[in-house]
Ligand binder design. Structure first.
Ligand SMILES: NC(=O)N[C@@H](O)C(=O)O
Ligand code: NI
Length: 162
């Protein structure tokens, strides 16, 4: 099977097996602040395990470009991880199904402006992959004493294409 992965637009339905899409689409769940703010309430399944806690970090990642050689997938067995862009730049989101402890064929999604994602606990994903500078993101994930990281090198690699 081809090692080329074609990027498709991110959709909540397609991403549902892997995590949550975070955006202000649709009608807000609540209007707050004297009706001046729409609250899209409680939109992510956060999970930090019994021994972890939630943390907010700021990532400043080097932008990549397409075609993008995918050589590594990782997962966090003890917690979820959310990528929330601090710019309006779309970014690349790569995930893969788990097949008996190793990643299956990856899938590549392109976010719309102002969209973030939350990977559910244990979901195989590519590392944070901005496509333009600045690659500034707020990341909400597990803080704990363990590494909470499994990495798999992909050989042969895949190429993510537009
Ligand atoms: N390692 C780390 O903090 N980031 C990765 O988990 C990632 O998905 O980018
Ligand atoms: Ni990660």
């Amino acid at each position: 099977m081809s090692r080329e992965i074609k990027v498709v637009p991110l959709s909540a339905a397609a991403f549902a097996p892997f995590g949550d899409v975070l955006d202000a689409s649709g009608t807000p769940d609540k209007m707050i602040n004297a009706g001046l703010c729409g609250r899209h309430h409680d939109r992510a399944a956060l999970d930090f395990g019994p021994d972890g806690r939630a943390g907010i970090s700021i990532f400043n990642a080097e932008p990549r470009s397409l075609p993008y050689e995918l050589t590594l997938l990782e997962r966090h067995p003890e917690g979820s991880q959310a990528f929330l862009p601090m710019t309006e730049n779309p970014f690349l989101v790569i995930v893969a199904p788990d097949e008996n402890g190793t990643p299956g064929r990856p899938r590549a999604f392109m976010t719309a402006p102002h969209q973030g994602v939350n990977f559910h606990r244990g979901v195989w994903h590519g590392v944070l992959t901005p496509l333009s500078a600045p690659g500034l993101f707020t990341v909400v994930d597990r803080i704990g004493k363990t590494a909470n990281l499994e990495e798999v090198s992909l050989a042969p690699s895949y190429v993510v294409v537009p």
